[in-house]
Design a protein around this ligand. Structure first.
Ligand SMILES: [Zn+2]
Length: 427
């Protein structure tokens, strides 16, 4: 890279920091060095950060005021946070609290508060994964995702944030062939260096390229897949289409969990950002060490992971290695106009409504059926018709039905499925 581009790249990230009131540059340079620290040093940093956070929690939050030790604390569920929301806020934290909502892998999503420091580490963790894929500061990035990463009604500030970071966003909600063609052309013509997107969406684009719309991407350096399970088959499919390596990235932001694949495709968990454990069933329980404004300790993420026994990776990093993530699976909804929409549409539709505990969407060639499990002491049934109106605006079906507190369809592996195509056999 020519020096001038390098400087422009560095300036871009400083501008992002200035705009967002955050410190991605600082967090990124810290993590870039720290990832090669010894296992013991990393462990000590983690313990120190935890003790500090625990003391803040004890002295400044209602929820933890009588807490003694980590091991005595009960595992924190989303329901517990919802029930006592204000008690998790630190009364000495005076900076801005950012309202966020979780992705919701198996349950309804949770609204919580994040801080500038936590958001800085979140972005630094993502950028670390891009760096493995070949990213240099200033490179053009394509983010292909739902509203978790790209807000449909994105604010002006967010647009500028992406502009400074040199990110173009592509919605996962329009994946018909015409739009996929436009996406592919734009990725080629704007000389995108790194693509960052949902696993299922990348896989769908790849299949389209491999079977119907061959394309070459001379500027592309690598692809980072996120938010969903990336199977080996999907990885091969995406690599065959784009002719670059695919790296996996995994995060659970409310719990400070951020993991990225290294050059040897081992997934390293940044253990200085989170204080985590894995229980007998494989459930990941974690604490965000950089959120001092809204403190959730020993939080049940809803994801399952398998940690590797391996301690030394050829890449030289000493962050622990996740062997397997058993996380979120999303599906697409296909309507009568053959519009293909990523299932996360519904996560974002319902995410700010705390009266909705769980949802399921079933569709076939004729109808779309929305099942909601709700708390009727908050709103009456008629209130939920607003969601049906929203669905009508976005999908074409002959019938639209809403079922309140009816039972869901279950799958044989007992994992709750949010989106089910009932014209296909249920697995
Ligand atoms: Zn490694």
């Amino acid at each position: 890279m020519k020096p001038i581009y390098k400087y422009i790249g560095i300036i871009r990230i400083y501008l992002v920091d200035l705009l967002g009131g955050i410190a991605i540059s600082k967090a990124l340079s810290e993590l870039s060095k720290q990832q090669y620290f010894s296992k013991e040093t990393l462990h000590n940093i983690q313990e120190e950060k935890f003790q500090r956070l625990f003391n803040i929690a004890k002295s400044t939050t209602v929820f933890y005021k009588n807490a003694n030790t980590y091991s005595e604390l009960a595992i924190l569920t989303k329901d517990m946070v919802r029930a006592q929301f204000d008690n998790f806020i630190s009364n000495t934290y005076k900076r801005k609290l950012y309202t966020k909502a979780t992705g919701g892998s198996t349950g309804k999503s949770l609204v919580y508060y994040s801080t500038a420091l936590s958001r800085s580490y979140l972005w630094a963790g993502i950028i670390l994964s891009w760096i493995v894929a070949g990213y240099e500061k200033g490179d053009k990035i394509a983010i292909i995702a739902g509203s978790a990463l790209i807000d449909v009604k994105s604010s002006f500030k967010r647009k500028i944030f992406y502009k400074f970071l040199n990110v173009d966003t592509y919605s996962a909600y329009k994946l018909d062939e015409l739009n996929m063609t436009l996406y592919i052309d734009k990725i080629v013509n704007s000389k995108v260096k790194i693509i960052y997107g949902y696993a299922t969406v990348l896989d769908r684009l790849a299949t389209f390229i491999n079977t119907k719309h061959p394309a070459t991407f001379p500027a592309l350096k690598g692809i980072v897949s996120t938010a969903e399970i990336l199977t080996e088959q999907m990885r091969q499919n995406i690599q065959a289409a784009f002719k670059v390596d695919v790296y996996n990235q995994y995060g659970c932001n409310e719990a400070g969990v951020s993991a990225f694949e290294c050059e040897y495709h081992q997934m390293h968990l940044i253990n200085t950002r989170s204080y985590f454990e894995v229980d007998m069933e494989g459930s990941l329980i974690s604490t965000d060490l950089s959120n001092e404004g809204f403190i959730m300790i020993k939080y049940l993420t809803g994801d399952k992971v398998e940690m590797s026994e391996e301690v030394n990776c050829k890449c030289g990093r000493h962050y622990p290695i996740i062997k397997k993530v058993i996380g979120r699976i999303n599906d697409f909804i296909i309507d009568l106009n053959k519009n293909i929409v990523h299932g996360s549409f519904f996560h974002f539709l319902f995410r700010n409504d705390n009266s909705i505990k769980q949802f399921q969407v079933q569709f076939d060639h004729n109808a779309i059926n929305i099942f909601l499990n709700v708390n009727l002491s908050i709103h009456d049934k008629a209130y939920y018709n607003r969601y049906l109106d929203e669905v009508k605006k976005n999908f074409k079906f002959n019938e639209y039905n809403l079922y309140i507190n009816s039972s869901f369809l279950t799958s044989s592996n007992a994992k709750h499925r949010h989106i089910i195509n009932t014209s296909e056999p249920v697995l």
